[in-house]
Design a protein around this ligand. Structure first.
Ligand code: AHG
Ligand code: MN
Ligand code: MN
Length: 353
């Protein structure tokens, strides 16, 4: 593990002296030299957009935000009104600042190139504007997931107009990633490659306040997270892994496991970052030509980087997710992430086939 860098706060600074997201980002930029100014602006803007989405979410039936829209997205899923609202909020917030070249979203077929009337920057922003759509109408936690890449990372002199091709970089190239969970609290979770930090939205102040730093996922766990209703469709290694968990104390694992499934990846991964666990959405036989349900660029990559930054692991059963070279923007992937020893175990079951 990397040594923790000394934080440059006056010695009397404690968590009771509140550190805003803005201050955290300024410190990352000034002290750690980790954060170029444009990236800092980008993250501030994304956080502001998340605040607006949080407000819309909170309105519930009092606003025109609940229920289905009349449209389908590129994956053929019926969109919810909040999917569309959140997508628009993120685009409107980010298009004018000069920090971005283009955006890509789970809800849009093509990339959204920053219009000519605004200056273009060098960053690429990807997002799942509203994760856990099926939970909107039942008042269960949902969220926004985002990932940031740099345009032309392998060819910095490229002057060609931005295209989908620029987005097709492995997750290991991310320069920032995070999510915002809209639950009992609104919490923004972020990495810029220096560990994971969590910020709670203070609604009175209207700002995100640092509430946890150096988040660590315990290597062992007794909690797994998977949609059990799909069990009969899974591959043998995943069946074996879950069956061994279900066998409990009397089984080969020698301990009882608990199970949780929120059906919002943000909420399930947030729990894992908070107290450990393993999250799986594996490939299954229902649609064998699909690599998985979750999307590599908007869900798996940002979450994998956060999990790794917190000491956990993330694979597709055979390979580290962050090493996957995407072939297309809306690519899907099999996902296993969380407590390291559990992810290593289920991954090793795949290689013994
Ligand atoms: P989205 O709402 O962005 O389409 O994502 C939903 C995803 C993920 O958040 C969650 O883990 C999973 O779908 C739930 O799937 P099931 O309904 O199959 O359990
Ligand atoms: Mn999602
Ligand atoms: Mn979504």
């Amino acid at each position: 593990p990397q040594p923790r860098r000394q934080r440059f706060y006056p010695s009397q600074t404690t968590m009771t002296q509140r550190i805003s997201l803005t201050r955290y980002l300024v410190e990352q930029q000034r002290v750690h030299g980790l954060l170029p100014g444009d990236l800092r602006l980008l993250l501030e803007v994304v956080a502001r957009a998340c605040k607006r989405i949080s407000q819309a979410v909170n309105k519930g039936d009092l606003g025109d935000v609940m229920g289905a829209a009349t449209t389908e997205n590129v994956q053929g899923e019926i969109q919810k009104k909040l999917d569309i609202i959140a997508n628009e909020v993120l685009i409107e917030a980010n298009e004018w600042g000069g920090h971005l070249a283009a955006m890509a979203s789970e809800e849009m077929e093509d990339i959204y190139v920053v219009p000519n009337r605004f200056p273009q920057g060098e960053y690429l922003l990807m997002f799942d504007p509203l994760d856990g759509s099926s939970n909107i109408d039942v008042n269960v936690s949902i969220g926004t997931i985002f990932s940031v890449l740099k345009k032309g990372h392998d060819n910095p002199n490229a002057i060609e107009p931005v295209s989908q091709q620029d987005f097709l970089q492995p997750g290991s190239q991310q320069v920032a990633a995070g999510y915002c969970v809209y639950g009992p609290q609104t919490t923004l979770v972020l990495t810029v490659g220096d560990g994971v930090a969590m910020f709670t939205l203070d609604r009175e102040q209207g700002s995100f306040v640092l509430t946890k730093e150096h988040v660590q996922i315990p290597a062992d766990t007794k909690e797994f997270s998977i949609n059990m209703s799909n069990m009969r469709h899974w591959d043998e290694p995943v069946q074996r892994y879950v069956n061994e968990c279900l066998a409990g104390k009397e089984g080969p694992r020698g301990k009882d496991f608990n199970m949780r499934w929120v059906a919002s990846m943000v909420a399930d991964v947030h729990r894992i970052l908070t107290r450990g666990g393993i999250f799986l959405y594996p490939w299954d036989k229902r649609e064998p030509e699909k690599a998985g349900k979750l999307r590599l660029m908007y869900e798996a990559n940002p979450m994998s980087w956060l999990v790794e930054q917190a000491g956990g692991a993330a694979t597709n059963g055979r390979q580290r997710i962050l090493d996957i070279q995407p072939g297309k923007l809306h690519e899907r992937v099999s996902v296993m992430m969380g407590s390291k020893n559990e992810v290593d175990r289920v991954t090793s079951y795949h290689s013994t086939l």
